[in-house]
Unconditional design. Structure first.
Length: 308
């Protein structure tokens, strides 16, 4: 099989295990290419991609843009803060105006869960979800799983704990879908106020004791507390969260076991992760960022094959 089962990447929920493995195989090739002195291939010379960011981003926006340029696509960038969205234009009108300029593919980050699914029913272009509110962030989950695979091999049976603000995290849901499709066992850990009530329906166990969670896992994916999505208090203070759930070198030394540390970024040093842990040899945070470009090249390349 050399084709995805979908025309859009709206979420990991819609991918098959075969889709994910195909993305990884294609990303393996692109990772070799982006580590060569000449990092570009001419594959998508005839494709134009619009990156539409209605929410802030550093990693995802730059990573998509680099991936597109490495594939030789033409790229246009749009950010909501300086666009006509401010003048009351609807999402469908904004995107259709961009598509009228002969754009083939849309990469979009939007604060509304389901915005991409809605758009996919109204426009004639491939859509890639670069994050929709608290719902999904599929390319982040793909690059996370790819990074774990690089370090640990096949994910089947691997134990992964996702720590922190699960309630407000699109990374958590996409990771749960992706890791489970690949056969990994997933737990979440954090204050119960930050764990969605339906989480067990996804086949995910909850552990509130961070030490027990770390003793259990092979991999810990640490999430940021998303204060920008919290209009009420979910724990007494950042300091208390950090004391109870922050990962420090002292805590890891107590457990005395090799645990691979992931973090999707942006990291808050001294809150969910100490500087020593972020920069330790078992931290693969920058490997995640490097792999993000190869994974996004693979996703774009595979979706573009349905245009030609
Ligand atoms: N991981 C992630 O989505 O980071 P950005 O918000 O910087 O894109």
């Amino acid at each position: 099989m050399n084709k995805l089962s979908v025309n859009h990447l709206l979420g990991i929920e819609h991918l098959t295990e075969e889709d994910i493995q195909l993305i990884f195989t294609v990303a393996d090739n692109f990772k070799q290419i982006i580590n060569r002195p000449i990092k570009k291939v001419p594959s998508l010379r005839d494709i134009t991609i619009a990156n539409l960011f209605f929410e802030n981003s550093t990693r995802t926006k730059l990573s998509f843009e680099l991936a597109e340029k490495r594939l030789s696509a033409d790229v246009v960038n749009f950010s909501a803060s300086n666009s006509s969205v401010k003048k009351g234009e609807t999402l469908i009108d904004t995107v259709n105006n961009i598509l009228a300029m002969k754009v083939d593919m849309v990469v979009m980050r939007h604060p509304t869960p389901g915005a991409h699914e809605f758009l996919s029913r109204h426009i004639d272009a491939n859509i890639i979800n670069a994050g929709d509110g608290t719902h999904e962030h599929p390319t982040q989950a793909l690059l996370d799983a790819y990074t774990i695979r690089e370090k640990h091999g096949d994910l089947a049976g691997k134990k992964v704990v996702i720590v922190g603000d699960i309630l407000h995290s699109r990374v958590a849901l996409s990771n749960i879908y992706c890791l489970q499709k690949l056969g990994a066992i997933v737990k979440v850990c954090g204050p119960l106020t930050l764990i969605p009530k339906h989480i067990k329906e996804l086949g995910v166990e909850v552990e509130v004791d961070i030490k027990k969670a770390l003793e259990w896992c092979d991999v810990a994916n640490l999430l940021r507390i998303q204060l920008e999505r919290q209009d009420t208090k979910f724990f007494p203070s950042i300091r208390e969260y950090s004391l109870k759930y922050g990962i420090t070198i002292e805590l890891l030394n107590e457990i005395n076991k090799e645990i691979t540390i992931l973090h999707p970024g942006p990291i808050n040093r001294g809150v969910e992760i100490s500087s020593e842990v972020a920069d330790a040899k078992d931290s693969v945070i920058l490997n995640q960022v490097e792999n993000g470009v190869a994974i996004r090249m693979a996703v774009i390349y595979l979706l573009a094959s349905s245009i030609k």
